[in-house]
Write a protein that binds this ligand. Structure first.
Ligand SMILES: [Zn+2]
Ligand SMILES: [Zn+2]
Length: 663
């Protein structure tokens, strides 16, 4: 492990220099890097460093914003994906450098978050499995090391009453008047009354004198637990406090509306904008959305745009605007790109260049946006490769993340996946699809010993799988990342096969089962390449050992996000090649114990997640036989859930080869 972290450390440093220097990496560079960075290598020690970095410096405007959303507990970073390897500590250090830089440029800089901090990774989710534990009890205190200026709440803070209460009693208290929940209330356990979880709004003046009115709004969410209450957007905009905020006598230079809602949602942001525009027809209104997990940017009107920064600590959203007729901040900060685009065109195909030098006397509102890959190379490059990237707090957070990973056993591995299985990069019946693996694993693990001689058909929804499963060690952390939900296995015994075999088609014929909105990844962006040093981890190691100068340059890109939005297709900070995207059906079926001779069985046990029970009953009825809830019982003990079968399979059927220490 020591060796590994040493190599990782050197590679991290090298990759930064590789991007910054003219010749790729000479011996001198290596020496320099080893001296400067080796001691302070951050990210988690097993994380893979990125080799392709940003296309150019970040734009800065009179008001510049860094924006996260839908982090869902991914504070460890994506240790298996080079594009997103930074951990929360690296991010904390990065924001510190950006705050410093903003001050030296003479502009206002705000850091915002749009919610969904729970459900999706081991650091947040594993604590719910401990006695008396709550999802987020370790991850939220780590998250709080980031000095956000404004935050709002997501729907994943509100499904489970214990989580909502923890957010109310701890998280909201910590951030105080910076945590905005304009339309979300909770029953206060102290007196039983409904109260806003955070504040409804905040009116404040920035360092350079912009007077800002901020709101934090959740979309019209209805599946919350019974201790919380969501006020729908159309009611919210009529509430007295909201109208009072719009009509207050003090001037408002900019509205900032954080929302846990897609910038494309036709209800929430448009209703809020309409209400603001009735009182403030020309004031800039900036939306910062989330929830759809997309990188996106939308133009609403001449003085209003919206940013959405993706998901899972894969993306940091970056936004800059100038032309606000107030404050003393620089509208054209020197030595950096400035925003130049007006919010006039929808979908710019051949508009102005992304950044240029705007006319000094321009008073028009101009904008820029960027989507940053969440990795150490991105963060270091945009920090102008400062010699000491890690701040004391950032370093401490990385250390804390590592300690909690160990304490929660998140690095404990069940077995070694022989290959990578993806959700959308191949067709779902392809052997490389995670759904093929799920079918195999279900057939091999979901067996009721007392009924093992009866063939079984196991129906599960594809939405229960949340992430790709990577080659190599499959860990406790991965069990939350790939299949976080805890659906129980129920069944109806001895269903005639002639009916059971029709169930999947009925389940997949659209209604009654709602399709989760997985927006098709857009592919209009032409693949681009950037100059970079063609080094992978192995080459770095070789280079270090042999002290060889590597001077070859070639075009390198990695697969990743290819974003297209209302400003066109140049928003990705690191250009990528698109990953192919195939859609999936609502549900799949796994078959176990079928006759070896290939003949059809007479009857089968119809097994399914409790989550889709009602849909299965409807499908069976359509197939010709009416069953009721009374016919349903547990196929496996309810303690065995959809979060268990992949670890179970890995333990029983995968080798332990990858777990051996390196020679
Ligand atoms: Zn989310
Ligand atoms: Zn959400």
């Amino acid at each position: 492990m020591q060796l590994l972290s040493t190599i990782a450390a050197a590679v991290v440093g090298l990759s930064s220099v590789a991007m910054a220097c003219d010749a790729c990496t000479g011996e001198g560079d290596i020496e320099l890097v080893r001296r400067v960075r080796l001691v302070h290598a951050r990210m988690q020690p097993d994380a893979i460093p990125a080799v392709v970095g940003p296309k150019g410096p970040l734009p800065w405007g009179q008001l510049t914003v860094a924006h996260t959303s839908d982090t869902h507990g991914w504070l460890i970073g994506h240790v298996k994906e080079a594009n997103y390897g930074a951990d929360w500590g690296d991010y904390v250090s990065f924001i510190r450098h950006m705050r410093y830089k903003a001050r030296s440029l003479g502009v206002d800089f705000l850091v915002l978050d749009s919610g969904d901090l729970h459900d999706g990774a081991g650091l947040s989710d594993a604590t719910a499995k401990l006695p008396g534990g709550v999802n987020g009890q370790v991850s939220l205190p780590i998250f709080r090391n980031l000095d956000y200026d404004l935050l709002t709440i997501g729907n994943h803070e509100l499904y489970v009453n214990d989580i909502a209460q923890d957010v109310f009693l701890n998280f909201a208290k910590f951030y105080g008047d910076r945590y905005l929940t304009s339309n979300v209330q909770i029953r206060d356990p102290a007196d039983g009354k409904f109260k806003y979880i955070g504040r409804t709004h905040k009116y404040f003046t920035t360092h350079y004198g912009l007077r800002i009115m901020a709101f934090g709004i959740l979309f019209d969410f209805t599946s919350n637990g019974n201790n919380s209450k969501i006020i729908m957007a159309k009611e919210l905009v009529q509430q007295q406090w909201f109208q009072d905020a719009l009509h207050q006598p003090q001037p408002i230079d900019v509205f900032l509306v954080l929302g846990h809602t897609s910038v494309r949602d036709p209800v929430t942001f448009p209703l809020v904008l309409e209400a603001i525009r009735k009182v403030h027809p020309n004031t800039p209104v900036q939306f910062f959305g989330g929830h759809s997990h997309n990188r996106d940017f939308k133009i609403y009107d001449r003085a209003s745009t919206g940013l959405e920064p993706g998901r899972y600590c894969e993306t940091l959203g970056w936004f800059a605007m100038s032309g606000i007729n107030a404050g003393t901040g620089s509208r054209h900060p020197k030595g950096v790109p400035n925003p130049t685009r007006t919010a006039r065109n929808t979908t710019i195909s051949a508009g102005p260049p992304e950044y240029a030098n705007p006319a000094e006397n321009s008073t028009e509102l101009v904008y820029a946006r960027r989507f940053l890959d969440w990795n150490r190379l991105t963060f270091e490059t945009h920090s102008d490769n400062v010699r000491q990237f890690d701040t004391p707090r950032g370093a401490a957070v990385s250390t804390k993340v590592g300690e909690e990973r160990k304490r929660l056993n998140l690095t404990e591995a069940y077995g070694c996946s022989p290959q990578t299985y993806c959700r959308f990069c191949v067709k779902q019946d392809d052997p490389n699809s995670v759904y093929s693996l799920v079918q195999t694993a279900l057939a091999a693990t979901i067996i009721n010993e007392t009924r093992k001689d009866i063939p079984r058909m196991i129906f599960v929804n594809t939405g229960g799988i949340r992430f790709d499963l990577f080659k190599g060690a499959f860990t406790y952390d991965d069990s939350f990342i790939v299949a976080p939900f805890t659906n129980k296995f129920q069944y109806i015994p001895s269903v005639p096969y002639s009916m059971a075999k029709q169930v999947l088609d009925f389940l997949n014929s659209g209604a009654p089962q709602k399709r989760s909105l997985e927006r098709e990844m857009r592919r209009s962006f032409l693949p681009r390449t950037v100059d970079a040093c063609p080094l992978n981890g192995a080459q770095f190691t070789t280079a270090m050992r042999k002290r060889r100068v590597i001077t070859r340059r070639q075009q390198v890109t990695t697969q990743g996000y290819v974003t297209s939005d209302d400003f066109g297709s140049d928003g990705d900070d690191t250009p990528h090649e698109a990953v192919p995207h195939f859609s999936t059906t609502n549900d799949i079926v796994a078959k176990g114990g079928f006759p070896a001779d290939g003949k059809d069985p007479e009857v089968v046990d119809v097994v399914f997640y409790d989550f889709i029970q009602s849909y299965v009953l409807v499908a069976l009825e359509k197939a010709g036989k009416k069953y009721s809830k009374n016919d349903v019982s547990y196929y496996l003990p309810p303690s065995y859930t959809s979060n268990d079968f992949l670890p179970d399979y890995a333990r029983k059927f995968w080798t332990k080869d990858c777990l051996k220490p390196l020679p």
